[in-house]
Every structure is written in structure tokens, then in C-alpha cells.
Design a binder for this molecule. Structure first.
Ligand code: KG4
Ligand code: ZN
Length: 335
């Protein structure tokens, strides 16, 4: 007998509903992105996000079942993102999941969005099993951890200020690339010289696995402002390439140090920034040098999606966890 989990994700600007068969078999993963609306405002507008989730969620749930050729009664579990994320946006997903759970009598489980990101790797590679070292880099969070088992995560390092993705978005805005900035910087950086500008790297204390990106962000903003004041033309491609290199240098060097110290021979990346081509290139090279197997999700599973939430929910449920209709949202949840 197959086990069907419906995943629901509404933490930020993507409404997503998925249906997962057993542990890793994604039958449907529908994603409705709000980016075209938010980019008019230069970033995510929380109130608009909530309203758009509300409009999209029910039709997506119905379409997911139709596409999977299943009925409500076929579902075994409803997995929904409980945090971190925008409070109003999260509430839409949680409310829909509770309504489904009450109507069908099926169990509900709240999922940590960041655990979801890591689980995207299980969909991409059906053979990946813990333990492995992982770097989770999204718009709001940066984590370096050891995945000890499917449900046990040890956070070794995190950002002390801005998240990696957030820094990409802010730098992109400062050079007029618009929102969302990560993918635009990634593209433009290919035409630039990554050695053109010597932007700072915050290594922090010698043995620290933490990150800090606010100094780098300020350095880029200062560089742009000074150039404008001096009427120097700014080379956006060089700024993009040099900035990206500074972020990736620190992310990859610290990840590799953890791999070396832990002796673990598997490394996985996830989250929106895991789509970055330079990050993938550097990790591929550094892992090959160390004989470490490198895992990364396809681009569509790096961004927010409900398939990864369904996998995380299924794994936690299998490990004996579940919630009930008192499930709350946790906007500031950490990993
Ligand atoms: O994981 P995600 O979709 O949403 C959150 O949970 O935050 O991550 C979104 C972040 C944004 O900051 C976006 O600019 C960044 O991922 N991003 C990228 C790339 N594609 C998306 N950053 C660098 N390079 C990319 N190719
Ligand atoms: Zn995310």
C-alpha cells in the first residue's frame, strides 16, 4: 500500500502544493509564484503575499489531486510549513491544512521550512542518506549543519547578520538590477571579472563556522555610492562577479573546513542560493579534490516548493511526530 502525503508551502512568495508517494516519489509539485507582482515593489510585500496565497491555495489543492488522479480520501498525511516565514503567509497554508485535516480525518504535521530545503536533496538523489554535511542558503537564512539522521540536524554555523540570499537581493537593488536579485547577479557575473574589486570576506574567529555578510553588503553599497559621487561609471558586471566571489569564497571555504574536520564524505547544498552557478562550480571542484560526493537539487527544487515540505513531513511522521488542529505558525523558527 502506498502512503500519500500532501505538502503545502506558503511561507513567502510562492504558493505550492505537492503530492508525495511514500518517501521520495513526487507525483505532483505545483508552484504558483508571486514574483511578477512583488517585483513592481522591489521586494516581497507581506500583505499582498497573504492575499495572493489565499486566492491560489484552494485551486492548487484541487489541481494537485486531479493531476495525481487521487481523491481527498486517498491522502494519508497533510504536511504544511509552520515557519520560518511571513506570519500572514504561513497562516494561509496552516489554515488550509487544518481544514483539509478536519474534513478528511487525516493527520497533520507542521514542517520547518529549512528542514524542507535540505530534504529537496532526497528527491533529487534517491540514494542520498545521512550522515552528510549540508549548507542551506536561502533568502532569509544561512546554515552550515551536519545531518545526523533524517530527523536530527546539528547546526554548526549560521549567519550573525544578513542571510546570503538577502545580501544578493540588496546588492542587486543597489546596482539597479531589481528583484529578485540573486539570479540576476548570477547571470551578469558571467560577463564580469571576479578579481576586479577586492571586496572584504568576513572570516570571523579562526575556528568559527558562522557567517557575516553585512560588512560585505556595506562595502558594495559604499563602492557604488563613491563611484556615483565621483561620476565614475559603475561596471555592474564586475561588481556582480566580485561580490558573488566574496560570498562564495566564504561559504565554500567554511563548508570544506567542516567536511575536512568531520571526515564526512557527503556534502549537499539547498535553498534559493543553491541555484547559484558559481557556488555549484566551486563545490564541484572542491569536493572532487577531497573525494567527497556532492549533491545539489535541480534549480526548481532549490526555490520554495511543497515537494520538499512533503518529504520532511513524511520523514518526521515516520519518526513518530505529528501535530493536531492546535498547530501554530512560528515566523522566527530556527533549524
Ligand atoms: O529559498 P528561497 O527560494 O526562499 C527563502 O526561503 O528565502 O531563496 C530565495 C533567495 C533569494 O534571496 C534569491 O535572490 C536567491 O535565493 N537566489 C539566488 C539565485 N537564485 C535565487 N542567489 C544567488 N544565485 C542564484 N542563482
Ligand atoms: Zn525557502
Amino acid at each position: 500500500m502506498s502512503f500519500y502525503t500532501m505538502g503545502i508551502e506558503t511561507s513567502c512568495d510562492e504558493t505550492s502544493v505537492s503530492i508525495l508517494k511514500d518517501q521520495r516519489d513526487v507525483l505532483v509539485n505545483l508552484v504558483s509564484s508571486q514574483i511578477d507582482t512583488h517585483k513592481l515593489f522591489g521586494g516581497v510585500v507581506p500583505e499582498i503575499a497573504s492575499r495572493m496565497h489565499l486566492e491560489a491555495i484552494n485551486p492548487l489543492i484541487e489541481k494537485a489531486l486531479l493531476d495525481a488522479k487521487l481523491n481527498y480520501s486517498d491522502l494519508d498525511l497533510i504536511a504544511v510549513t509552520k515557519g520560518p516565514g511571513l506570519i500572514g503567509a504561513l497562516l494561509v497554508g496552516i489554515s488550509a491544512a487544518k481544514a483539509l485535516s478536519i474534513a478528511t480525518g487525516k493527520d497533520i504535521i507542521g514542517v520547518n521550512h529549512m528542514q524542507g530545503h535540505i530534504c529537496a536533496n532526497y528527491i533529487a538523489d534517491k540514494n542520498l542518506e545521512p550522515p552528510f554535511v549540508t549548507l542551506v542558503v536561502s533568502g532569509g537564512h544561512t546554515y552550515l549543519c551536519v545531518v545526523k539522521s533524517y530527523t536530527d540536524y546539528e547546526v554548526i554555523g549560521t549567519t550573525r547578520d544578513d542571510a546570503a540570499g538577502e545580501t544578493f537581493d540588496k546588492v542587486a537593488r543597489s546596482i539597479g538590477l531589481g528583484y529578485p536579485g540573486g539570479v540576476k547577479i548570477d547571470k551578469l557575473a558571467k560577463e564580469g571579472n571576479s578579481q576586479a574589486i577586492d571586496f572584504p570576506r568576513a572570516w570571523l574567529e579562526k575556528d568559527s563556522f558562522d557567517f557575516s555578510f553585512s560588512g560585505l553588503k556595506t562595502a558594495v553599497l559604499n563602492f557604488v555610492n563613491e563611484s556615483k559621487m565621483k561620476n565614475n561609471e559603475i561596471n555592474k558586471a564586475d561588481i556582480s562577479a566580485s561580490f558573488q566571489e566574496a560570498v562564495m569564497d566564504v561559504l565554500v571555504t567554511k563548508s570544506m573546513r567542516l567536511i575536512d574536520e568531520s571526515g564526512i564524505k557527503k556534502f549537499a547544498i539547498s535553498g534559493g542560493v543553491a541555484a547559484n552557478s558559481r557556488l555549484r562550480e566551486l563545490c564541484t571542484k572542491e569536493c572532487a579534490k577531497r573525494n567527497v560526493k556532492f549533491f545539489y537539487p535541480p534549480i526548481e527544487l532549490c526555490g520554495d516548493n511543497a515537494a520538499m515540505i512533503a518529504v520532511a513531513g513524511f520523514l518526521n511522521y515516520q519518526n513518530g511526530k505529528s501535530d493536531n488542529n492546535y498547530l501554530k505558525v512560528y515566523p522566527n523558527l530556527s533549524l
